[in-house]
Ligand binder design. Structure first.
Ligand code: NAD
Length: 372
């Protein structure tokens, strides 16, 4: 890389982060899991138990927990004995910190575990979160928080009763590209935002639990559209007053039995700001774009773990040094717990989003404008 490129990267990165008053994370080295686990015997780090060792826990969260400064992978909960053996070996997890779904509640007697991280299919989020609180632990629950506002209320009530923190796995609140979109809007760098659009979609494989309404609660809106909703809200700093939504015709009735395939949605925002998104389990989309009085700014891809890119109407590139969003997210949450400060991504935010999702599905079914 040329020297001027390098310094510009550094400049843009620094500007974006410090403007939001966020700490810079130091470098992310390739850690050896077993030496890392020795390091993490440090009491300053909170112990995290991952519940559900599927794709996201395996490929993103566990590796990220080797890079964190305020928490570490202390335990696992899995229904698959072969996974337990492989993880024990790879991450040097003691037998006493390995649970299955029948022994899960015994985590309450394990002082090594401070935080339970629920990474199960959506329909299981509420039950495993509530049981986590009953075990006296803090909980991070993956998105979407739950299948209904009623479930969200029960989860929040359980957190209050246990006097523990509930956070949602909204990693993009710790991602510099998405934070830069927030900063550009908040500082009115291109004037007031007048229109915001977003899209997230990919071709989902037939047969996965994400296409099963009982387990997923819905289609791409629950899984991908929720990122677009979040983007529209954190960039504008506003929440929708009402929503409208339209479902596209289903292309394969054996694949999309009782869920939407592609959905477009409009948020009626305060101050007449136009806000809309598209989400799909067939078509590819991955962007977040804000149009303001004097120009536009966008990121695309906007929602991936790595390789995000940003640009503006006056030809500037938004670039940041690579980092692990999940390491930043889990460190941010762990630090808020250690300091007794509110989470940036609390259960109430997850509940707000599920409430909006319920309104979107009602608007899609009825064809009417639904007040949130
Ligand atoms: P996955 O299918 O890869 O893993 C699901 C895990 O749940 C597996 O270990 C599976 O064995 C276990 N499981 C237990 N009971 C099950 C059942 N009845 N049916 C199916 N699986 C069952 O899924 P994933 O991609 O890891 O997603 C898990 C959760 O994490 C979801 O809520 C998803 O929305 C969320 N997620 C979040 C992000 C993010 O970027 N924040 C990314 C991916 C997934």
């Amino acid at each position: 890389m040329k020297k001027n490129q390098s310094s510009r990267r550094k400049f843009i990165y620094t500007t974006g982060i410090t403007a939001l008053g966020l700490p810079l994370l130091s470098s992310f080295s390739n850690c050896n899991p077993s030496t890392q686990n020795k390091k993490t015997m440090n009491k300053n780090k909170l112990g995290v138990a991952l519940v559900g060792l599927g794709g996201y826990a395996t490929s993103q969260l566990a590796p990220a927990l080797l890079q964190t400064a305020h928490c570490y992978l202390a335990g696992i909960v899995t229904g698959t004995p072969s996974k337990a053996a492989a993880w024990k070996e790879k991450y040097n997890i003691p037998d006493k910190n390995i649970y299955n779904y029948d022994t899960y509640d015994a985590i309450k007697d394990n002082p090594d575990i401070d935080i339970i991280y629920v990474v199960l299919p959506n329909s299981m989020h509420a039950a495993y979160t509530i049981r986590g609180f009953e075990a006296g632990k803090h909980v991070i629950c993956e998105k979407p928080m739950a299948l209904s506002v009623t479930e969200c209320d029960a989860m929040i009530a359980a957190a209050k009763k246990a006097n523990k923190f509930l956070s949602i796995g909204y990693r993009l609140h710790y991602d510099p590209y998405n934070l830069e979109m927030v900063r550009l809007a908040k500082d009115k760098v291109y004037g007031d935002v007048k229109k915001i659009t977003s899209g997230f979609g990919f071709n989902a494989q037939k047969g996965i639990w994400r296409l099963d309404k009982k387990l997923a609660g819905g289609g791409p809106l629950m899984d991908l559209g929720i990122y677009c909703m979040q983007g529209l809200m954190y960039v504008t700093g506003m929440e929708p007053v009402a929503v409208t939504a339209q479902q596209s015709p289903i292309s394969d009735a054996t694949k999309f039995i009782d869920i939407e395939e592609t959905l477009t949605c409009q948020f009626e925002m305060p101050k007449g700001i136009r806000a809309e998104f598209v989400t799909s389990y067939t078509d590819s989309h991955n962007f977040l774009k804000a149009e303001a009085e004097n120009g536009w700014f966008q990121i695309s891809p906007a929602f991936n773990y790595y390789g995000l890119k940003g640009k503006t109407s006056d030809g500037k590139k938004v670039e940041f040094a690579p980092l692990s969003q999940q390491a930043k997210q889990m460190d941010g949450i762990a630090l808020s717990i250690k300091e007794g400060k509110p989470s940036k991504v609390p259960g109430e935010m997850g509940r707000r989003d599920v409430k909006i999702i319920e309104a979107i599905y009602e608007a899609m079914r009825t064809g009417k404008r639904v007040i949130v």
